[in-house]
Design a protein around this ligand. Structure first.
Ligand code: DAH
Length: 343
């Protein structure tokens, strides 16, 4: 009996170490151990020689041995595939996986990030403000009192329930919010969406995006404004691009200017984008009007500053070759998908 049990232990060690690389190997295992003339049958045949009082104990050992062998047989079958993939060990790790489609940033976001990152290198921080504004922040504090004719420069959406509220027509309103905080100096960039009551077409829309810039400190001059914007243009459009300032009018700056760059499509020789002039207007700017500083409790005799504002859609259209403004807000994945690898 003792001898038999140690024999079974040896068989079990052999079984545990058994391997099969294919169905043929598995079948050989079955025939050797579980077949009608196999070892299990043979060991069972020993039962008749076991003394009656040990039969029960031996029966259990035999039974356990048989289950052990059968379970090894099952796992060999699974490991070799058994004609189908049925366990973790049978998975083919060399098969290609299911690719996760990559999302993409919106082209307006891409252009906004480009603009912001250039000014961030000059120490400008980013701030945002609300899209629904009160009259004071959008107009009044910016030196545009009620009935000022310059209000007509921007066709405004008023909120019906409260005509003191508007959808902001420009990001200049965020200048006021930053100055109101009372912390100087200010060197801020303020990107955001703005609204104007304009007919929607390929070239104009009732909402679009701007980036506003504001720098306020002691002794800030127009030379600082020009130098800052030169740096921006070189980084954005390249070293060969030329810049010109044209005198202009904005109620919140004095003096005011508009800045043009040589057309980066035709290089200045004249094309449809620059309407054959060789120049493209990219922003409005100027020295912050003393009235605006006073409206925000900043002493205009001590502090000066410059401001500028530019649209995001136009440079994005030119950079990414988009010819219809409406594409930006239609959320058509066939359009958006094209920017997966754009920067
Ligand atoms: N707010 C002006 C617009 O929407 C753009 C602008 C012009 C902003 C001059 C400025 C500025 O800060 O100084 O047309």
């Amino acid at each position: 009996m003792e001898e038999l049990i140690s024999k079974i232990e040896k068989y079990k060690t052999e079984i545990a170490g058994s391997e099969a690389s294919d169905a043929k190997g598995v079948e050989e295992f079955r025939i050797k151990w579980l077949g009608t003339k196999g070892i299990i049958k043979e060991v069972m045949g020993e039962m008749k020689n076991v003394p009656a009082d040990k039969k029960k104990e031996f029966g259990q050992v035999l039974n356990e041995f048989k289950l052990f062998t059968e379970s090894k047989y099952e796992s060999l079958k699974e490991a070799t595939g058994n004609g189908q993939l049925s366990s973790a060990s049978a998975i083919d790790l060399s098969l290609p996986g299911d690719p996760m489609p990559l999302g993409s940033r919106h082209p307006i976001t891409l252009m906004r990030n480009r603009i912001v990152s250039i000014f961030q290198r000059l120490g400008f921080a980013v701030a945002e403000g609300p899209e629904i504004e009160d009259d004071w922040h959008n107009f009044g504090a910016l030196n545009l009192p009620p009935h000022h004719p310059a209000r007509d420069m921007q066709d405004t959406f008023y909120i019906q329930q409260n005509p003191d509220w508007v959808l902001r027509t420009h990001t200049s309103s965020v200048q006021i919010r930053e100055m109101d905080k009372g912390k100087l100096p200010i060197r801020m960039l303020m990107p955001g969406r703005v609204y104007r009551n304009e007919t929607v077409s390929a070239r104009s829309h009732c909402f679009f995006h701007q980036v506003e810039g504001l720098y306020i400190d002691e002794n800030v001059s127009f030379a600082d404004l020009k130098q800052t914007l030169y740096f921006f243009v070189k980084e954005m459009y390249g070293k060969d691009v030329k810049v010109r300032f044209r005198p202009s009018y904005f109620p919140f700056t004095e003096p005011s200017a508009e800045m043009d760059v040589t057309c980066f499509i035709c290089g200045g020789t004249g094309c449809n984008i620059c309407k054959k002039t060789g120049w493209v207007e990219i922003l409005g700017c100027g020295m912050v009007h003393p009235n605006v500083l006073s409206n925000c409790n900043i002493d205009p005799n001590k502090y000066t500053g410059f401001a500028f504002g530019m649209g995001i859609e136009r440079p994005a259209m030119l950079k990414y070759g988009v010819n219809d403004l409406r594409l930006f807000s239609e959320n058509d994945v066939r359009f958006l998908r094209q920017f997966t690898s754009a920067i």
